[in-house]
Ligand binder design. Structure first.
Ligand SMILES: NC(=O)c1ccc[n+]([C@@H]2O[C@H](COP(=O)([O-])OP(=O)(O)OC[C@H]3O[C@@H](n4cnc5c(N)ncnc54)[C@H](OP(=O)(O)O)[C@@H]3O)[C@@H](O)[C@H]2O)c1
Length: 164
C-alpha cells in the first residue's frame, strides 16, 4: 500500500469518528504542505491541527503561511530544539532585555506567531518557567531577528524520509 493510501485511509476513519461526534477535533502530525494538499483534495474535513518540528532553526515559513490560510492550527514539537538554542547570542540578547530565559523568549515567539507550543520538561521549576511568558511582548523587529535564525535545521527526521 502506498504511503498516501495509508494516511488517507486513516483520515477517512478519523472523519467518520468526527462526523459521528465521537471526537471533537481531528488533526495530523509531521505533514508538509504537499501532504496537506494531497490529503485535502480527497477529504472533506480540514485537519484542525498539524503538529510538526518547529523552532527558530526551523521556522517552516511556507507551512506557517499555508496553515494560517487554511485555518489549520500549527503546533510546534521540540520547540526548544531540546536545549540547542540556549546559547544563541540573538536569543540571549533579547532574553537579557526582558529579564527572561532563552526558553521563554522562544516560547513567546511561538505564541506571537499563533503557534501552539508543547515544550517538554520533567523539572518543576522549568515547567513553571515555560509558563511564564504572558507578561511581556516581543517587538516586530525581535520577532524578525528570531525568524532570521532559520537554517532549516532539524533534530528529527524530515517527514519526506518517513513512511506514514
Ligand atoms: N509528533 C512528533 O513526531 C513528535 C516528535 C518529537 C517530540 N514530540 C513532542 O514534543 C514534545 C517536546 O519535544 P522534545 O521533548 O523533543 O523537545 P523540547 O521540548 O524542545 O526540549 C525538551 C528538553 O528541553 C529541556 N527544557 C525544557 N524546558 C527548559 C527550560 N526552560 N530551560 C532549559 N531547558 C529546558 C528539557 O529538560 P528537562 O526535562 O530535564 O527539564 C528537555 O531536555 C514532547 O513532549 C513530544 O510529545 C512530538
Amino acid at each position: 500500500m502506498a504511503r498516501q493510501d495509508k494516511y488517507k485511509d486513516t483520515w477517512k476513519a478519523l472523519e467518520r469518528l468526527y462526523e459521528e461526534g465521537s471526537v471533537r477535533a481531528i488533526g495530523v502530525s509531521n505533514f508538509h504542505v504537499h501532504h496537506l494538499k494531497d490529503l485535502m483534495k480527497d477529504s472533506h474535513v480540514v485537519p484542525a491541527v498539524n503538529q510538526v518540528e518547529l523552532h527558530p532553526s526551523l521556522i517552516q515559513q511556507e507551512l506557517q503561511d499555508f496553515c494560517g490560510a487554511q485555518n489549520i492550527q500549527l503546533e510546534a514539537w521540540s520547540p526548544l530544539m531540546r536545549g540547542k538554542l540556549n546559547d544563541n547570542t540573538t536569543i540571549l540578547g533579547i532574553a537579557q532585555k526582558y529579564g527572561k530565559t532563552p526558553a521563554q523568549i522562544i516560547l513567546r515567539w511561538d505564541i506571537q506567531n499563533k503557534i501552539v507550543t508543547i515544550p517538554k520538561s520533567v523539572t518543576p521549576s522549568r515547567i513553571r518557567e515555560n509558563a511564564g511568558i504572558f507578561d511581556f511582548v516581543l517587538t516586530p523587529d525581535e520577532l524578525k531577528q528570531i525568524d532570521s535564525l532559520n537554517g532549516n535545521k532539524r533534530i528529527g527526521t524530515d517527514p519526506d524520509k518517513l513512511i506514514f
